[in-house]
Design a protein around this ligand. Structure first.
Ligand code: CU
Length: 128
């Protein structure tokens, strides 16, 4: 038996109305958290910043695709300098140990870049 809320269908409607805003809130919080984690988003609508870590004489990730206008920040976690160099497109020059370098990706294309100090280091930045 149901107490006080008539036919079963009305009970379901009532409980649906109560639960739905909570679900919405949880979904919004989840989405916001994801965006913050994924893009290092900042208030004010600035474009996302993508992170490439330089560690163990390697760019991680080795291949990254971004949208035009977004920024890419390289973080050198090695105890010695590196560069982020796509000849004729962008060049960080020496990024000291523990330092970072940020590039605003305004030029469309697929760029293979390297470290001029360690020519075996190669990675790809695609700007679309
Ligand atoms: Cu290097």
């Amino acid at each position: 038996m149901h107490f006080g809320c008539g036919p079963v269908s009305r009970c379901r409607l009532a409980s649906y109305r109560v639960v739905q805003p909570q679900r919405m809130a949880v979904a919004l919080i989840g989405a916001a958290t994801f965006l913050l984690l994924a893009h290092d988003a900042r208030p004010g609508g600035t474009p996302p910043v993508h992170i490439v870590v330089i560690q163990g004489v390697t760019f991680v990730p080795g291949s990254l695709t971004v949208k035009r206008g977004e920024r890419v920040k390289w973080i050198n976690k090695d105890p010695f300098p590196h560069t982020v160099t796509a000849h004729g497109v962008f060049d960080s020059h020496r990024i000291a140990a523990g330092a970072t370098w940020t590039y605003a990706a305004h030029k469309l294309g697929v760029y293979e870049y390297t470290c001029t100090l360690h020519p075996n280091m190669k990675a790809i930045l695609q700007v679309q």
